[in-house]
Ligand binder design. Structure first.
Ligand code: SDX
Length: 427
């Protein structure tokens, strides 16, 4: 569906076409704007600017709705598996039993890294952040598949996508093992996706690994909850890098770097660090809720607020319910959870947060669950990247399928006007 918008600027009035999405959202197509009026739209941070139309993920921020390809996140979290959600995001439909069996078989066949690539892990210091290791090794994968990198060749893209889905858990686990000075554990193709990741991270060569199926299911659900989120910062990064026709490995490597930022996926690590600071300071929740309201304090409640959700992030709601079950099952009494609950209760009743519609987001509880599962804090954002990978690939493929132009925004120049060069002797 489409419609019209009228805009007056510079003494001119023009009509612009609009596009109406399948959920009734309206986008004003501003492409003719500059040619017709010499004016451009200006929206730092793209707060009110859409970069594309998309069939992949729908978010209704006002009502806390999230759907992948039309399926509600809470249904997928309880009824699907991460590998099935990968198929759904990448192929646009849920697989039949034979399609899923074939897909799973193909992914299993690509879990190993080239033996020479292992040497790359030796080049990093033990305390290297695993996001730096993962983005480096993912980009390096492109050097091992130089004959299959053409972003406009569907077979190359399909193979690269399967290689990434299969190998990122191996890369993540290898980066963790290296950071611990432990021997690498190779993929076990008998295990499902999350179980294989857990075994590669926590098994030892010297003993049989007993996989806790409940824990594996929890990790699988966490990956589903993170699988896509429309045009977030890292997905936009992947799209823009891909719009230059950079290969998929390079584009995903860039997405990992964007996700690393504490305003984005790095927030799950920052939430745990924040909760620990509050715990170390006598669990004085009121003090930190007040600090978060003082812009000069530089302190923010990590895990709170969202560009799109002006209601409770549905993923945070699911995680908030999961966290109790996880800690009870593992018989853990985590004092940081008590602080998190108090923080949430206080913030949800405080006018500063209520007025700004600042609710807990996906990062608020995820870190407490990862910690309960024995995953170290600096691996939290890697877990986010593992979940987000199929979404990034789906977004990258869609922008190429739509034949979008290279992502190159304009600006409004506010610097010096023309001035002559002054020789140094005269300055
Ligand atoms: C993710 O985009 C996505 O979809 C991301 C994500 C995904 O799945 O990909 O959902 C994952 O990144 C979740 C967000 C994780 N980040 C954090 O938890 C970091 C803390 N949150 C903030 O930095 C902030 O809320 C953002 C970055 C998430 C959103 O920032 P916006 O939309 O640009 O909002 P803003 O910074 O303009 O804030 C609006 C107001 C400001 O106050 P005023 O200028 O009106 O006085 O709200 C305040 C901000 O100071 N504010 C906060 C706050 N977040 C916003 N104040 C205190 N604590 C906070 N956390």
């Amino acid at each position: 569906m489409s419609g019209k918008a009228t805009l007056s600027v510079n003494g001119q009035t023009i009509e612009l076409d609009t596009v109406v999405g399948s959920e009734g959202e309206v986008g004003i197509i501003t492409k003719p704007l500059r040619g017709a009026t010499k004016a451009i739209s200006l929206d730092p941070g793209f707060v009110n600017t859409g970069s594309c139309t998309s069939d992949i993920t729908y978010i209704d921020g006002e009502n806390g709705v999230l759907r992948y390809r039309g399926y509600a996140i809470d249904e997928l979290a309880t009824k699907s598996s991460f590998l099935e959600v990968c198929y759904l995001l990448l192929e646009g439909k849920l697989p039949s039993a034979s399609e899923f069996s074939d897909y799973k078989e193909q992914i299993t066949r690509h879990t190993l890294l080239h033996e020479d690539l292992k040497k790359m892990f030796d080049a990093f210091p033990a305390n290297a952040h695993p996001m730096a290791v993962c983005s480096s090794v993912v980009c390096a994968l492109s050097t091992y598949y130089q004959n299959n990198l053409d972003p406009l060749n569907p077979e190359h893209v399909d193979l690269s996508a399967k290689r990434l889905v299969a190998k990122l858990p191996t890369i993540a686990a290898f980066s963790y093992k290296k950071s611990r000075g432990q021997a690498l554990i190779y993929p076990d193709n008998e295990l499902d996706y999350a179980g294989n990741l857990l075994k590669m991270m926590f098994a030892y060569r010297t003993e049989k690994y007993e996989l806790d199926e409940d824990v594996a299911k929890l990790v699988d659900t966490l990956l589903i909850l993170h699988a896509d989120h429309e045009q977030n910062c890292s997905a936009t990064t992947v799209r823009v890098v891909g719009s230059a026709h950079a290969n998929l490995f390079a584009s995903i490597s860039a997405g990992i770097c964007a996700l690393w930022g504490p305003r984005h996926g790095g927030a799950n690590q920052s939430v745990l660090e924040m909760l620990q600071v509050i715990a170390d300071d006598g669990a004085d929740v009121d003090k930190y809720v007040a600090l978060a309201q003082d812009r000069d304090s530089g302190f923010r409640l990590m895990g709170f607020g969202h560009r799109v959700y002006k209601n409770y992030d549905p993923r945070a709601r699911i995680l908030g319910e999961m966290v109790e079950k996880v800690l009870t099952k593992l018989d853990i009494n985590d004092p940081l959870l008590n602080i998190a609950r108090k923080l949430e209760a206080h913030a949800l009743s405080d006018s500063y947060f209520v007025d700004r519609k600042l609710y807990p987001n996906v990062d608020f509880y995820s870190g407490i669950i990862y910690r309960a599962l024995g995953i170290p804090t600096n691996m939290f954002t890697v877990m986010f990247a593992l979940g987000r990978l199929p979404g990034w690939i789906a977004q990258w493929k869609e922008q190429l399928a739509h034949g979008l132009p290279i992502g190159r925004p304009r600006q409004i120049y506010t610097g010096e006007n023309l001035r002559p060069y002054v020789p140094m002797s005269e300055r």
